[in-house]
Design a protein around this ligand. Structure first.
Ligand SMILES: O=C(O)CCC(=O)C(=O)O
Ligand SMILES: [Fe+2]
Length: 373
């Protein structure tokens, strides 16, 4: 797959990076200069305690900060997000307990047995980017289940067309029941992220000059997934390889609306800016990193950018991250948003359902994608 890349023209100090997208392979020119730390101008901090303010003008001010970040780098940190430390710590401990188990126990919940990409991905099972190394990563992922969503009063009353899109599998919990707190702690994290994401999506609506509740109906039963990522140290021998770059998770864009990523203090997340320079998005205690996904980029007519990122763990420690991915209800069909078209910029894309979108990307990836859905 990498061979096609070599025929593309390269400028001095640059190289070409191939990426997978729902539209097929795409290419970016990137600098060969080593990654450098992002400045706060490049990846800004947004204090989101203000999204709970009663005053619309205050919420609009937050939306404006998010609009600027979303239209430039496509990444920002959120602070004062209100998710209690103890919820995060418990979920991270649950992840650690899970990944530290012998392989035969993790095999019980192997994603290979799943219909819908739930469960455990073992070492060497995924390659997020076709021209980089296999991911030095294990992960555990699970998807929206209305029974665990506190905003759902009556699961039976959910319309059939929405139910048809549910992709949860209970085996994630029955096959991990040997860890007594795993299900409770991981689901508590998922629920906290879901509640925050539902508030944030209203600020995204404001940032797009839409009524604040514009996306509410489309996210009543959303494709909301958590991945627990476990990254062992990349072995030195792999780091020395020159023909293929060793990565913890290869260069990719996330697929859906937006992602909220908690990462531990080890560092390793890198974000590709518009100049093709890799920036370290260093861990900052008490924050999440939020990034725009491909679906949001599409429905904003490319105004909001879905930015390439990857992770590399070259520390001596094992690294954990816990992204929460938000998409629309699976049956929801969305075209380019009314506020993102005008005479000068007509809609570039047809309406597409969330499920079709996910399907396209999985097809393009040969099911080798990152956890970024
Ligand atoms: O672990 C990280 O820092 C990034 C993870 C990620 O990009 C993903 O899971 O989609
Ligand atoms: Fe990602």
């Amino acid at each position: 797959m990498a061979t096609g890349v070599l025929h593309l023209p390269k400028a001095e100090g640059h190289t070409i990076l191939q990426l997978t997208s729902a539209y097929g392979p795409v290419y970016r020119t990137i600098k060969t200069a080593p990654p450098r730390d992002a400045t706060t101008e490049e990846i800004p901090f947004v204090d989101i305690s203000r999204i709970f303010d009663e005053n619309l003008e205050v919420r609009k001010a937050v939306a404006e900060e998010i609009r600027v970040a979303a239209t430039t780098i496509g990444f920002f940190y959120i602070k004062n997000h209100g998710i209690p430390d103890k919820v995060i710590t418990a979920a991270q401990a649950a992840a650690q307990n899970f990944f530290h188990q012998p392989e035969e126990i993790k095999q019980r919940v192997n994603q290979a047995n799943s219909k819908w990409f739930n469960g455990w991905n073992g070492p060497d099972s995924h390659r997020a980017n076709p021209v980089e190394s296999l991911d030095y990563r294990e992960s555990f992922g699970f998807r929206y289940d209305p029974r665990y969503d506190p905003s759902v009063e009556d699961v039976d009353a959910i319309p059939q067309e929405i139910k048809d899109g549910f992709r949860a599998e209970e085996y994630c919990w029955t096959q991990t029941a040997n860890l007594p707190h795993f299900k409770a702690d991981v689901l508590e994290y998922w629920r906290s992220c879901l509640a925050l994401a539902r508030r944030l999506i209203r600020i995204f609506a404001l940032a797009l000059d839409l009524p604040e509740d514009y996306f509410d109906r489309m996210t009543s039963h959303p494709d909301a997934a958590v991945a627990l990522n476990y990254y062992p140290t990349i072995p030195e021998s792999a780091a020395k390889e020159t023909d293929v770059e060793a990565v913890s998770i290869g260069s990719h864009t996330d697929l859906q609306f937006f992602t909220m990523l908690w990462q531990d203090q080890n560092g390793g997340l890198q974000v590709l800016n518009r100049d093709g320079q890799w920036l370290n998005a260093k861990p900052i205690h008490g924050t999440f990193v939020v990034n725009i996904g491909d679906y949001l980029m599409r429905i904003t007519n490319d105004r909001f950018v879905s930015t390439v990122h990857r992770a590399k763990n070259f520390t001596k420690n094992e690294r954990y991250s816990m992204p929460f991915f938000l998409g629309f209800n699976f049956n929801e069909i969305c075209g380019v948003l009314p506020s993102c078209v005008d005479d000068e910029y007509p809609a570039k894309y047809e309406p597409i359902s969330c499920s079709e979108w996910v399907h396209l990307r999985f097809k393009a990836t040969n099911l080798e994608g990152g956890s970024g859905y």
